[in-house]
Ligand binder design. Structure first.
Ligand code: NAP
Ligand code: GDD
Length: 337
């Protein structure tokens, strides 16, 4: 049985990747951080019968603790390591640049070192990002497009990208970068713009909230579905040779277009509810991302299945259910039940 170690397993992508790996018969080990409250909500459904030998196991660890990463790699001896763990919020990286670099840049280096020094180095996947293209020099962006990051997060991810390439070239590790463009789902963190919009709009629809405050509506992103993107991630480690791949839909839309799509799914006039709050602007913005995934389509035989409209609809429907539960709880509380 193949063994995989996943950092960031409690996040959006970690949960979809864990599902995919378990479905393909892997034994999955997830690295989780100690927290004062539970944060395994996205993967709780993957625990089955407590009497069965579990194929999903969780271990405490952190990308800021190199000794712990080495001990875990040596103990588990995984066949594949997927490094998805990160402080992944671009706006927050301006508030916490050193913390972001420690996790997203040095964290990757610590993991690569642990792998290099292990007796049986596993294959390695690095969660690289379209944010590395930043102030883009061409559209669409490919594996050959030069980088120009615009945030501490983008700079940290670029460092990790090159360390991954360097460990492949210097030490012969099977190490791949997936340069993933924005991907979303009903499990997306609630402070990323798509989910913030679907949560806000559905709560407005049910009278739980009056307004939705957003930042730059003109930014354009190439939004895909996280469930599709983890398939590309897995495929990268199943090839004969390690390489780097762009993963994207090839279509881009503005934040405003996403707002319009979601509010029209709910028969609401968005102009009555959406207001601009400059606190959500970034010191330097990434205006337009649009990827060309031709290499992944050809070499990995990968295709995205969910497009822009379907994604907005899927997220809106899922958040409508959550908002409805909130409304019922609100009634019960008012009724003193
Ligand atoms: P996410 O939902 O924010 O999940 C991030 C994960 O990283 C969480 O499990 C988090 O744990 C964990 N983490 C944070 N700091 C850590 C640390 N110091 N040590 C160990 N784990 C840590 O992110 P995502 O959307 O799933 O993205 C997965 C990866 O892909 C990230 O590296 C992200 O930067 C990258 N990426 C994402 C996109 C996208 O559009 N989603 C695009 C390109 C690249 P807690 O639950 O404890 O916070
Ligand atoms: N978060 C947020 N909140 N973004 C807003 C808001 C708001 O209220 N209003 C407008 N935006 C704009 C941002 O300025 C940005 O241009 C765009 O919406 C997308 O923001 P996010 O959803 O936060 O994503 P991101 O593109 O900055 O970063 C995501 O994608 C990267 C890949 O390109 C993250 O998932 C990164 O981890 C990932 O690497």
């Amino acid at each position: 049985m193949n063994k995989a170690l996943v950092t960031g397993i409690t996040g959006q992508d970690g949960s979809y990747l864990a599902e995919l790996l378990l479905a393909r018969g892997y034994e999955v080990w997830g690295l989780i951080r100690r927290s004062s409250s539970f944060h395994t909500g996205r993967i709780d459904h993957l625990y089955k019968d407590p009497h069965e030998q579990p194929r999903l196991r969780l271990l405490y660890g952190d990308l800021t603790d190199g000794g712990n990463l080495s001990a875990i790699i040596n103990e588990i001896q995984p066949d594949e390591v997927y490094n998805l763990g990160a402080q992944s919020h671009v706006r927050v990286s301006f508030d916490m640049p050193v913390y972001t670099v420690n996790t997203d840049a040095l964290g990757t280096l610590r993991l690569l070192e642990a792998i290099r020094l292990s007796s049986r180095p596993p294959k390695f996947y690095q969660a690289s990002s379209s944010e590395m293209y930043g102030k883009v020099v061409e559209t669409p962006q490919t594996e050959k497009t030069p980088f120009h990051p615009r945030s501490p997060y983008g700079c940290a991810k670029l460092y990790s990208f090159w360390q991954t390439v360097n460990y492949r070239e210097a030490y012969g590790l099977f190490a791949c970068n997936g340069i993933l463009f924005n991907h979303e789902s009903p499990r997306r963190g609630e402070t990323f713009v798509t989910r913030k919009i679907t949560r806000g709009a559905t709560r407005i629809k049910l009278g739980l909230q009056d307004k939705l405050y957003l930042g730059n509506l003109d930014a354009k992103r190439d939004w895909g579905f996280a469930g599709d993107y983890v398939e590309a991630i897995w495929l990268m480690l199943q090839q004969d040779k390690p390489d780097d791949y762009v993963v994207a839909t090839g279509e881009s839309h503005s934040v405003r277009e996403f707002v319009v799509e979601v509010f029209s799914c709910l028969d609401l006039d968005w102009t009555k509810y959406v207001e601009i709050d400059e606190r959500y602007y970034r010191p330097s913005e990434v205006d337009h991302l649009q990827g060309d995934a031709s290499k992944a389509r050809k070499a990995l035989k990968w295709e995205p299945k969910v497009g822009f409209k379907k994604l907005a609809q899927m997220m809106t429907e899922a958040d409508m259910k959550i908002a409805d539960r909130e409304r019922i709880i609100g009634w019960r509380e008012k009724a003193g039940q």
